[in-house]
Design a protein. Structure first.
Lengths: 298, 413
């Protein structure tokens, strides 16, 4: 009887959060699955019906504008390159800021976190202006300081893709830096002292102490970063002005956005979003398992 | 804390929340909400008009809510299909097509008497599939040639005059081989800004059956003309989106800009002595460059019923009354839809409004069919590819047509 009362009490406390979870996560997710199996579109918004896996077949077999496989490949490249630079720059800066000898740490920390603190809309539009061919500061620096030819950042597909990556790298490294700094500060200092007594070099300390001990914190951060970057709509959409040039700067999410909200292809858009979900789910599971992120280190 | 005490606290919180949720903000009043995508200056005028309406009709609570264009459309679709949403939705006429197909706005001809509707310029009443679905308070959303009077005394009447004037006004003052001032600028990235060139060479976006007509001589010649302005005559920058074009004009580094009626008051506030002129005529075709013209107005949510319908109609009538339209026109230089105002001295004598009216008369009404979305989206990448030098005008026109047909097919699946 006491056990039942205890369970009911716990259930009662959890219930409000669970109801909200059903409303904002579980129900929309299940509804999205149903939509992805339907023909809901502009012409069938009220009389839609289940048509099986036709929308999925369309995604993988029918030609689209832009091409699904090209967009998918670009999204993978976008995610990998961004994450690589986020982690490398973020962890490197965290290692520097973690040094005892550095003066004015608080000021540097604040300055380095700034990109993260500025609203994405402002960041994206500012960078878009900076990438302008004639008047952008980047080309002015390249031409006037380095004597280089101006680069058509937003007019050519490759350069436009590089431009959005640069913007997102600038925007994303502070998150990794803050996480890495927190992890570094939690490493007991006597481990380093013991290593020093044993004659360990800077590299050996990094490899055998720092990296293994920040891994449990960094792996979930990288997983989260991957999901955020893969699903990033704002930066690509705003810097490339909705896919410029010529719809060649799209990622999976902007592809979904166009299908669902520009062309009212709700069934197709829902199926595309399920493809994204499965890709990210598989990645997260494999990554967590391979990196043994959930295992205890101490 | 015991189980009973906790339960009591939760129950109290829940009841309070339910109580707050159920409490009517309008205090028994009839609540009418308008969703719109108006600019700040337009919004302020709407707000004062709503306040005046509520003084006249204390039983009504009229509220306005700004939403960005795409958010407004998708939000209204979701809400109206679920039987909810604002009573009135305001925007350019091209939203009428998709809203009607989804059956989320109601026909208006039975809601208003003939005498009231006869007072409008026919361009301000948007009919689709034989029914009236939108009543506009402003006509336009149209592009014109805006010029800085410091540089341009007499605006060009033809494409030849435009090129000749543009060449004189494009200057390299620093002597570094790059232009410091351009004759003309506009937003190259949006095909909406290309429409006047296309129509000037005899092209149009679709035929009367709604089939895209993008692979035409008019399209190809329009694209070649723009290429020439940039590469042959060099009177426009090599790259410009809306913001860059706008800044160049505001900074006095561009003598003329092709921009819409929404931008004029901003230029005046920036201290530029502007003139507004209709876009020039293309000499080789004898056609005026005709921008798209679209009324902006109100549609009524299909879910409005009973007594509320009467008040929604009353509010709509009030907002589109000659007095209120005149207030907006005077403040923002927008073209009213009430015919009686065309005889008003202020409007007749105002140079900007007079030229705006001329441009509207020469313009072409924007189609309201949902397929327009597919056409815009098919034009955009190929148009940009021509301006980037990646594609020829001929191939771009073929691509636009092919893609538009495919997208329309997909939309109607």
């Amino acid at each position: 009887m006491k056990n039942w009362r205890h369970n009911a009490y716990v259930f009662f406390l959890v219930a409000p959060a669970f109801v909200i979870l059903i409303g904002v996560v579980i129900y929309p997710f299940l509804y999205n699955i149903v939509l992805s199996l339907s023909n809901m579109s502009l012409a069938h918004i009220r009389d839609w019906k289940i048509i099986g896996f036709q929308q999925y077949t369309k995604i993988f077999t029918e030609p689209s504008q832009p091409d699904f496989y090209v967009v998918f490949l670009k999204t993978i490249i976008w995610t990998v390159v961004n994450l690589f630079f986020h982690v490398v720059i973020g962890v490197s800066l965290a290692l520097v800021l973690n040094q005892k000898e550095i003066r004015g740490k608080a000021m540097f920390r604040t300055l380095l976190v700034l990109p993260w603190a500025v609203p994405q809309l402002i960041v994206a539009l500012t960078w878009r202006g900076m990438f302008n061919y004639e008047y952008g500061s980047i080309n002015l620096i390249l031409t006037q300081w380095f004597g280089m030819h101006p680069i058509a950042w937003l007019k050519s597909p490759l350069e436009a893709f590089i431009a959005v990556i640069i913007t997102n790298v600038w925007l994303g490294f502070p998150f990794m830096m803050v996480i890495a700094l927190g992890a570094l500060q939690s490493i007991p200092h006597d481990l380093y002292e013991a290593a020093e007594i044993d004659g360990a070099s800077w590299y050996h300390k990094l490899k055998n102490i720092t990296i293994p001990l920040i891994r449990p914190v960094m792996v979930p951060a990288i997983t989260l970063g991957t999901i955020w970057t893969f699903n990033n709509l704002n930066i690509v959409w705003l810097v490339s002005n909705a896919g410029e040039p010529s719809d060649q700067t799209h990622l999976m999410v902007s592809f979904v956005y166009k299908a669902a909200f520009n062309f009212y292809r709700y069934g197709y858009g829902a199926a595309l979003s399920m493809v994204i979900f499965v890709v990210l789910l598989v990645f997260s599971l494999v990554f967590m398992r391979k990196t043994k992120a959930t295992e205890a280190v101490y | 804390m015991t189980f009973k005490q906790t339960a009591l606290i939760f129950a109290s919180i829940l009841l309070t929340l339910i109580g707050l949720g159920c409490a009517s903000k309008g205090d028994g009043k009839i609540r009418i909400t308008i969703w719109h995508q108006m600019r700040v200056d337009e919004r302020l005028i709407l707000e004062s008009q709503l306040k005046r309406f509520m003084v006249l009709h204390p039983e009504v609570l009229a509220e306005q809510l700004y939403k960005e264009t795409e958010e407004l459309r998708s939000g209204f679709i979701v809400a109206a299909i679920a039987g909810q949403g604002p009573e009135l939705v305001y925007g350019p006429s091209d939203q009428v097509g998709p809203f009607q197909v989804m059956d989320i706005i109601m026909p208006l001809e039975d809601l208003f008497d003939k005498q009231y509707l006869d007072g409008f310029n026919p361009k301000g009443l948007t009919y689709y599939k034989g029914h009236l679905f939108q009543i506009a308070d402003k006509l336009g959303n149209h592009l014109t040639l805006v010029y800085n009077k410091k540089f341009v005394q007499v605006p060009p009447q033809t494409d030849e005059e435009l090129i000749s004037l543009g060449t004189k006004l494009t200057k390299d003052t620093s002597g570094d081989g790059k232009a410091d001032q351009y004759g003309l600028v506009w937003n190259y990235t949006e095909p909406f800004f290309f429409i006047p060139f296309m129509t000037g060479f005899g092209g149009w976006v679709m035929d009367t059956s709604g089939t895209p007509t993008l692979n035409t001589k008019g399209m190809v010649d329009g694209l070649k003309f723009i290429q020439d302005l940039r590469d042959k005559y060099k009177i426009i920058p090599s790259e410009a989106d809306y913001n860059i074009a706008d800044i160049l004009f505001k900074d006095g580094r561009a003598a003329m800009i092709i921009n819409g009626d929404w931008s004029w008051s901003g230029y005046q506030k920036a201290g530029i002595d502007i003139g507004v002129a209709p876009l020039p005529k293309i000499v080789s075709t004898g056609l005026w460059c005709a921008p798209m013209v679209s009324p902006k107005g109100f549609s009524v949510n299909i879910n409005v019923t009973g007594e509320k319908k009467k008040w929604v109609a009353e509010l709509l009538k009030y907002l589109t009354s000659p007095e209120n339209e005149f207030e907006t026109a005077k403040e923002l230089n927008t073209m009213p839809t009430q015919k009686v105002l065309y005889e008003n001295d202020y409007i007749k004598k105002n140079e900007i409004l007079r030229n705006s009216q001329m441009q509207i008369d020469r313009g072409k009404l924007m189609p309201v069919v949902p397929e327009m979305r597919a056409i815009w989206d098919s034009m955009r990448p190929s148009y940009q590819a021509v301006l980037n030098g990646e594609n020829t005008p001929e191939e771009a026109a073929r691509e636009m047509q092919r893609n538009a047909l495919q997208r329309i097919r997909e939309m109607n699946e």
